[in-house]
Write a protein that binds this ligand. Structure first.
Ligand code: TXA
Ligand code: MG
Length: 328
Protein backbone atom coordinates (compact mmCIF):
# COMPACT_ATOMS: atom_id res chain seq x y z
CA UNK A 1 0.00 0.00 0.00
CA UNK A 2 1.45 3.40 -0.91
CA UNK A 3 1.91 6.08 1.70
CA UNK A 4 -0.91 8.16 0.24
CA UNK A 5 -3.22 5.20 0.61
CA UNK A 6 -2.63 4.51 4.24
CA UNK A 7 -4.98 6.27 6.61
CA UNK A 8 -4.99 6.18 10.34
CA UNK A 9 -7.57 7.95 12.52
CA UNK A 10 -4.84 10.43 13.53
CA UNK A 11 -4.13 11.27 9.89
CA UNK A 12 -7.83 12.09 9.46
CA UNK A 13 -7.75 14.79 12.12
CA UNK A 14 -7.03 17.66 9.74
CA UNK A 15 -7.68 21.38 10.13
CA UNK A 16 -10.90 22.30 8.37
CA UNK A 17 -10.61 25.71 6.72
CA UNK A 18 -13.81 27.56 5.76
CA UNK A 19 -13.29 30.09 2.94
CA UNK A 20 -16.04 32.49 1.84
CA UNK A 21 -16.80 32.04 -1.84
CA UNK A 22 -14.31 34.06 -3.96
CA UNK A 23 -11.89 33.58 -6.86
CA UNK A 24 -9.23 32.81 -4.26
CA UNK A 25 -11.40 30.15 -2.60
CA UNK A 26 -12.11 28.50 -5.94
CA UNK A 27 -8.40 28.53 -6.85
CA UNK A 28 -7.59 26.92 -3.49
CA UNK A 29 -10.34 24.33 -3.92
CA UNK A 30 -9.05 23.49 -7.42
CA UNK A 31 -5.48 23.23 -6.17
CA UNK A 32 -6.49 20.82 -3.42
CA UNK A 33 -8.66 18.73 -5.75
CA UNK A 34 -5.85 18.41 -8.30
CA UNK A 35 -3.58 17.35 -5.42
CA UNK A 36 -6.01 14.49 -4.65
CA UNK A 37 -7.96 15.98 -1.74
CA UNK A 38 -11.70 16.20 -1.40
CA UNK A 39 -13.30 19.59 -0.77
CA UNK A 40 -16.82 20.64 0.26
CA UNK A 41 -18.48 22.96 -2.25
CA UNK A 42 -22.00 24.35 -2.62
CA UNK A 43 -24.28 23.28 -5.45
CA UNK A 44 -27.81 24.48 -6.25
CA UNK A 45 -29.13 21.49 -4.26
CA UNK A 46 -26.95 20.66 -1.24
CA UNK A 47 -23.23 20.92 -0.43
CA UNK A 48 -21.16 18.29 -2.24
CA UNK A 49 -17.90 16.66 -1.17
CA UNK A 50 -15.96 16.86 -4.43
CA UNK A 51 -12.90 14.98 -5.66
CA UNK A 52 -11.27 14.36 -9.05
CA UNK A 53 -13.44 11.56 -10.46
CA UNK A 54 -10.54 10.26 -12.58
CA UNK A 55 -8.33 9.69 -9.51
CA UNK A 56 -9.32 6.56 -7.58
CA UNK A 57 -7.29 7.46 -4.49
CA UNK A 58 -8.90 10.90 -4.32
CA UNK A 59 -12.36 9.34 -4.61
CA UNK A 60 -11.49 6.83 -1.89
CA UNK A 61 -10.94 9.80 0.42
CA UNK A 62 -14.58 10.82 -0.11
CA UNK A 63 -15.80 7.40 1.03
CA UNK A 64 -13.38 7.56 3.94
CA UNK A 65 -14.36 11.06 5.10
CA UNK A 66 -18.07 10.20 4.88
CA UNK A 67 -17.72 6.72 6.36
CA UNK A 68 -19.77 5.60 3.36
CA UNK A 69 -20.20 1.95 2.38
CA UNK A 70 -18.11 1.56 -0.75
CA UNK A 71 -20.92 -0.21 -2.64
CA UNK A 72 -22.79 3.07 -2.86
CA UNK A 73 -21.92 4.73 -6.20
CA UNK A 74 -21.30 8.47 -6.54
CA UNK A 75 -22.74 11.16 -8.81
CA UNK A 76 -20.24 12.63 -11.28
CA UNK A 77 -20.53 16.39 -11.91
CA UNK A 78 -19.45 17.78 -15.26
CA UNK A 79 -18.97 21.33 -16.51
CA UNK A 80 -19.76 20.76 -20.18
CA UNK A 81 -21.78 18.49 -22.45
CA UNK A 82 -18.53 17.42 -24.18
CA UNK A 83 -17.21 16.15 -20.87
CA UNK A 84 -20.50 14.34 -20.23
CA UNK A 85 -20.35 12.57 -23.60
CA UNK A 86 -16.80 11.34 -22.94
CA UNK A 87 -18.19 9.52 -19.90
CA UNK A 88 -21.64 8.20 -20.81
CA UNK A 89 -23.62 7.15 -23.88
CA UNK A 90 -26.50 9.54 -24.48
CA UNK A 91 -29.62 8.19 -26.19
CA UNK A 92 -31.76 10.74 -28.07
CA UNK A 93 -34.03 10.82 -24.98
CA UNK A 94 -31.09 11.52 -22.67
CA UNK A 95 -29.85 14.24 -25.02
CA UNK A 96 -33.29 15.83 -25.06
CA UNK A 97 -33.39 15.86 -21.25
CA UNK A 98 -29.89 17.35 -21.08
CA UNK A 99 -30.79 20.08 -23.56
CA UNK A 100 -33.97 21.00 -21.71
CA UNK A 101 -32.99 20.58 -18.06
CA UNK A 102 -29.19 21.01 -17.78
CA UNK A 103 -27.62 22.92 -16.15
CA UNK A 104 -29.87 22.07 -13.22
CA UNK A 105 -30.82 19.64 -10.45
CA UNK A 106 -31.31 16.55 -12.63
CA UNK A 107 -29.04 13.49 -12.37
CA UNK A 108 -29.24 10.95 -15.19
CA UNK A 109 -28.14 7.34 -14.78
CA UNK A 110 -26.78 6.36 -18.19
CA UNK A 111 -24.68 3.56 -19.75
CA UNK A 112 -21.05 4.12 -18.72
CA UNK A 113 -18.69 4.24 -21.73
CA UNK A 114 -15.96 1.58 -21.91
CA UNK A 115 -13.33 4.25 -22.63
CA UNK A 116 -14.54 6.57 -19.87
CA UNK A 117 -11.84 8.33 -17.82
CA UNK A 118 -13.74 7.79 -14.55
CA UNK A 119 -12.08 5.74 -11.79
CA UNK A 120 -13.79 2.36 -11.16
CA UNK A 121 -14.44 3.12 -7.49
CA UNK A 122 -16.94 5.87 -8.49
CA UNK A 123 -19.49 3.48 -9.99
CA UNK A 124 -18.94 0.72 -7.41
CA UNK A 125 -19.03 -1.95 -10.12
CA UNK A 126 -22.24 -0.85 -11.90
CA UNK A 127 -22.32 -0.69 -15.73
CA UNK A 128 -24.12 2.65 -15.44
CA UNK A 129 -23.01 6.07 -14.22
CA UNK A 130 -24.93 8.91 -12.56
CA UNK A 131 -24.14 12.25 -14.25
CA UNK A 132 -25.20 15.78 -13.51
CA UNK A 133 -24.36 19.21 -14.95
CA UNK A 134 -24.99 21.63 -12.08
CA UNK A 135 -26.12 25.25 -12.37
CA UNK A 136 -24.60 26.70 -9.18
CA UNK A 137 -22.06 29.38 -10.29
CA UNK A 138 -19.47 28.41 -7.63
CA UNK A 139 -19.54 24.74 -8.63
CA UNK A 140 -19.41 25.67 -12.32
CA UNK A 141 -16.35 27.89 -11.77
CA UNK A 142 -14.69 25.08 -9.86
CA UNK A 143 -15.45 22.55 -12.61
CA UNK A 144 -13.99 24.85 -15.22
CA UNK A 145 -10.91 25.62 -13.12
CA UNK A 146 -10.22 21.92 -12.44
CA UNK A 147 -11.07 20.90 -16.02
CA UNK A 148 -12.01 17.39 -14.89
CA UNK A 149 -15.21 15.64 -13.83
CA UNK A 150 -15.86 15.79 -10.10
CA UNK A 151 -17.34 12.95 -8.08
CA UNK A 152 -19.44 14.51 -5.33
CA UNK A 153 -21.91 12.97 -2.92
CA UNK A 154 -23.64 15.17 -0.37
CA UNK A 155 -21.06 16.55 2.11
CA UNK A 156 -22.34 14.80 5.26
CA UNK A 157 -21.21 11.76 7.19
CA UNK A 158 -22.99 8.67 5.84
CA UNK A 159 -26.56 8.36 7.13
CA UNK A 160 -26.84 11.99 8.28
CA UNK A 161 -28.96 14.79 6.83
CA UNK A 162 -27.66 16.52 3.71
CA UNK A 163 -25.97 19.89 4.39
CA UNK A 164 -27.37 23.13 2.98
CA UNK A 165 -25.02 25.46 4.89
CA UNK A 166 -21.25 25.44 5.44
CA UNK A 167 -21.97 25.17 9.19
CA UNK A 168 -23.79 21.84 8.61
CA UNK A 169 -20.76 20.50 6.73
CA UNK A 170 -18.42 21.64 9.46
CA UNK A 171 -20.52 19.95 12.13
CA UNK A 172 -20.65 16.67 10.22
CA UNK A 173 -17.19 16.48 8.62
CA UNK A 174 -15.06 19.02 10.52
CA UNK A 175 -11.62 17.51 11.23
CA UNK A 176 -12.10 15.03 8.37
CA UNK A 177 -11.82 17.37 5.36
CA UNK A 178 -9.45 20.26 4.65
CA UNK A 179 -11.64 22.90 3.00
CA UNK A 180 -15.24 24.09 2.87
CA UNK A 181 -16.19 26.82 0.38
CA UNK A 182 -19.01 28.88 1.92
CA UNK A 183 -21.58 30.73 -0.22
CA UNK A 184 -23.19 32.25 2.89
CA UNK A 185 -26.68 31.69 1.57
CA UNK A 186 -29.00 28.67 1.38
CA UNK A 187 -28.94 26.82 -1.94
CA UNK A 188 -31.50 27.61 -4.60
CA UNK A 189 -33.28 24.24 -4.28
CA UNK A 190 -32.11 22.76 -0.97
CA UNK A 191 -33.06 19.15 -1.78
CA UNK A 192 -30.83 16.65 -3.56
CA UNK A 193 -31.18 16.41 -7.33
CA UNK A 194 -33.85 14.32 -8.99
CA UNK A 195 -32.33 11.02 -10.20
CA UNK A 196 -33.70 9.20 -13.23
CA UNK A 197 -32.39 6.12 -15.00
CA UNK A 198 -32.70 6.66 -18.75
CA UNK A 199 -32.98 3.19 -20.33
CA UNK A 200 -34.14 1.83 -23.68
CA UNK A 201 -37.30 0.52 -21.99
CA UNK A 202 -38.13 3.92 -20.54
CA UNK A 203 -37.37 6.38 -17.81
CA UNK A 204 -37.40 5.37 -14.17
CA UNK A 205 -37.46 7.76 -11.22
CA UNK A 206 -34.83 6.66 -8.68
CA UNK A 207 -35.07 9.70 -6.39
CA UNK A 208 -37.69 12.46 -6.33
CA UNK A 209 -36.19 15.96 -6.35
CA UNK A 210 -36.49 19.56 -7.57
CA UNK A 211 -37.19 18.50 -11.17
CA UNK A 212 -40.63 16.88 -11.15
CA UNK A 213 -41.79 13.86 -13.16
CA UNK A 214 -44.22 16.23 -14.91
CA UNK A 215 -41.29 18.36 -16.13
CA UNK A 216 -39.48 15.24 -17.36
CA UNK A 217 -42.60 13.89 -19.05
CA UNK A 218 -43.15 17.23 -20.78
CA UNK A 219 -39.67 17.00 -22.34
CA UNK A 220 -39.76 13.34 -23.38
CA UNK A 221 -43.47 12.98 -24.10
CA UNK A 222 -43.45 9.68 -22.18
CA UNK A 223 -44.34 8.58 -18.67
CA UNK A 224 -41.84 8.09 -15.87
CA UNK A 225 -42.05 4.89 -13.84
CA UNK A 226 -41.10 4.80 -10.18
CA UNK A 227 -38.40 2.56 -8.77
CA UNK A 228 -39.11 0.45 -5.74
CA UNK A 229 -37.65 2.12 -2.69
CA UNK A 230 -34.45 0.51 -1.52
CA UNK A 231 -33.89 -1.26 -4.82
CA UNK A 232 -30.28 -2.33 -5.14
CA UNK A 233 -29.57 -0.04 -8.08
CA UNK A 234 -29.97 3.07 -5.96
CA UNK A 235 -28.45 1.82 -2.72
CA UNK A 236 -28.41 5.30 -1.21
CA UNK A 237 -32.17 5.36 -1.42
CA UNK A 238 -32.70 3.15 1.61
CA UNK A 239 -35.57 4.51 3.70
CA UNK A 240 -33.29 5.24 6.64
CA UNK A 241 -30.95 7.46 4.61
CA UNK A 242 -31.84 10.94 5.87
CA UNK A 243 -31.88 10.57 9.60
CA UNK A 244 -32.12 13.23 12.29
CA UNK A 245 -31.26 11.84 15.74
CA UNK A 246 -34.76 12.50 17.15
CA UNK A 247 -38.11 10.81 16.43
CA UNK A 248 -39.96 12.65 13.69
CA UNK A 249 -43.73 12.76 13.13
CA UNK A 250 -45.38 13.79 9.86
CA UNK A 251 -48.67 15.56 9.04
CA UNK A 252 -48.73 17.21 12.46
CA UNK A 253 -51.45 19.85 12.72
CA UNK A 254 -50.61 20.37 16.41
CA UNK A 255 -47.53 19.48 18.42
CA UNK A 256 -46.92 18.18 21.94
CA UNK A 257 -44.86 20.18 24.41
CA UNK A 258 -41.74 18.09 23.87
CA UNK A 259 -42.00 18.34 20.08
CA UNK A 260 -40.30 21.00 17.96
CA UNK A 261 -43.03 21.87 15.47
CA UNK A 262 -42.05 22.81 11.92
CA UNK A 263 -44.91 24.71 10.37
CA UNK A 264 -46.03 25.31 6.80
CA UNK A 265 -48.57 27.83 5.49
CA UNK A 266 -51.42 28.34 7.97
CA UNK A 267 -49.79 26.07 10.55
CA UNK A 268 -47.23 28.37 12.17
CA UNK A 269 -45.34 25.92 14.40
CA UNK A 270 -42.24 26.90 16.38
CA UNK A 271 -40.76 28.03 13.09
CA UNK A 272 -42.15 27.79 9.58
CA UNK A 273 -40.78 26.14 6.45
CA UNK A 274 -42.78 28.77 4.57
CA UNK A 275 -45.35 31.12 6.10
CA UNK A 276 -46.67 31.82 2.60
CA UNK A 277 -47.09 28.10 1.96
CA UNK A 278 -44.54 28.26 -0.85
CA UNK A 279 -43.13 24.79 -1.63
CA UNK A 280 -39.89 26.03 -3.24
CA UNK A 281 -39.13 28.07 -0.15
CA UNK A 282 -39.93 25.08 2.09
CA UNK A 283 -37.61 22.83 0.04
CA UNK A 284 -34.72 25.26 0.24
CA UNK A 285 -35.10 25.58 4.04
CA UNK A 286 -36.02 21.97 4.89
CA UNK A 287 -32.65 20.50 5.83
CA UNK A 288 -31.57 23.59 7.78
CA UNK A 289 -34.87 23.44 9.66
CA UNK A 290 -34.37 19.72 10.42
CA UNK A 291 -30.80 20.37 11.57
CA UNK A 292 -32.10 23.18 13.80
CA UNK A 293 -34.96 21.11 15.24
CA UNK A 294 -32.57 18.23 15.84
CA UNK A 295 -30.26 20.52 17.86
CA UNK A 296 -33.10 22.12 19.87
CA UNK A 297 -33.93 21.18 23.49
CA UNK A 298 -37.16 19.35 22.51
CA UNK A 299 -37.06 15.56 22.38
CA UNK A 300 -39.05 15.01 19.22
CA UNK A 301 -39.81 16.74 15.91
CA UNK A 302 -43.24 17.23 14.31
CA UNK A 303 -43.81 18.57 10.80
CA UNK A 304 -46.98 20.16 9.43
CA UNK A 305 -48.64 18.55 6.37
CA UNK A 306 -46.92 19.41 3.07
CA UNK A 307 -48.99 19.25 -0.15
CA UNK A 308 -48.00 16.35 -2.42
CA UNK A 309 -47.60 18.50 -5.55
CA UNK A 310 -44.56 19.80 -7.47
CA UNK A 311 -41.44 19.76 -5.31
CA UNK A 312 -43.74 18.82 -2.39
CA UNK A 313 -43.39 15.22 -3.64
CA UNK A 314 -39.64 15.37 -2.96
CA UNK A 315 -40.11 17.16 0.38
CA UNK A 316 -42.50 14.42 1.57
CA UNK A 317 -40.12 11.74 0.28
CA UNK A 318 -37.27 13.18 2.41
CA UNK A 319 -39.58 13.60 5.41
CA UNK A 320 -40.78 9.98 5.21
CA UNK A 321 -37.15 8.80 5.03
CA UNK A 322 -36.27 11.04 7.97
CA UNK A 323 -39.21 9.63 9.96
CA UNK A 324 -38.23 6.04 9.09
CA UNK A 325 -34.57 6.56 9.91
CA UNK A 326 -34.88 8.73 13.00
CA UNK A 327 -34.20 7.37 16.46
CA UNK A 328 -37.18 5.78 18.16
O1 TXA B 1 -28.06 17.03 -5.44
C1 TXA B 1 -27.33 16.04 -5.45
O2 TXA B 1 -27.52 15.08 -6.19
C2 TXA B 1 -26.13 16.06 -4.48
C3 TXA B 1 -25.18 17.15 -4.95
C4 TXA B 1 -23.92 17.21 -4.13
O3 TXA B 1 -24.87 16.96 -6.30
N1 TXA B 1 -25.49 14.80 -4.46
C5 TXA B 1 -26.04 13.71 -3.85
O4 TXA B 1 -25.22 12.60 -3.88
O5 TXA B 1 -27.13 13.70 -3.32
P1 TXA B 1 -25.42 11.34 -2.95
O6 TXA B 1 -24.18 10.52 -3.14
O7 TXA B 1 -25.75 11.71 -1.57
O8 TXA B 1 -26.59 10.55 -3.65
C6 TXA B 1 -26.37 9.93 -4.89
C7 TXA B 1 -27.37 8.86 -5.12
C8 TXA B 1 -27.16 7.65 -4.22
O9 TXA B 1 -28.43 7.25 -3.74
C9 TXA B 1 -26.60 6.59 -5.17
O10 TXA B 1 -26.95 5.30 -4.77
C10 TXA B 1 -27.23 6.99 -6.47
O11 TXA B 1 -27.20 8.38 -6.46
N2 TXA B 1 -26.47 6.54 -7.63
C11 TXA B 1 -25.23 6.91 -8.00
N3 TXA B 1 -24.83 6.24 -9.11
C12 TXA B 1 -25.86 5.44 -9.46
C13 TXA B 1 -26.07 4.51 -10.51
N4 TXA B 1 -25.16 4.24 -11.44
N5 TXA B 1 -27.27 3.88 -10.54
C14 TXA B 1 -28.23 4.14 -9.62
N6 TXA B 1 -28.08 5.00 -8.59
C15 TXA B 1 -26.91 5.64 -8.51
MG1 MG C 1 -26.40 11.88 0.46
Amino acid sequence: MSERNSYTPAAMAVDTVIMPNSAEAIAEAARRILAGECVAVPTETVYGLAADATNGEAVARIYEAKGRPSFNPLIVHVGTMDMARDIADFSPTALGLAEALWPGPLTMVLPHREDSPIADIVTAGLPTIALRLPSEPTMRRLLSKVGKPLAAPSANASGQLSPTLAAHVEKSLGGRIGLIVDTKHPPHHGLESTIVAVREEGIELLRAGPITVEQIGAVTGTGVSEALTGKIEAPGQLLSHYAPSKPLRLNAIDADEDEYHLGFGEIGGDSSLSLKGNLEEAASLLFDALHFADASDRHRIAVAPIPETGIGVAINDRLRRAAAGSAG
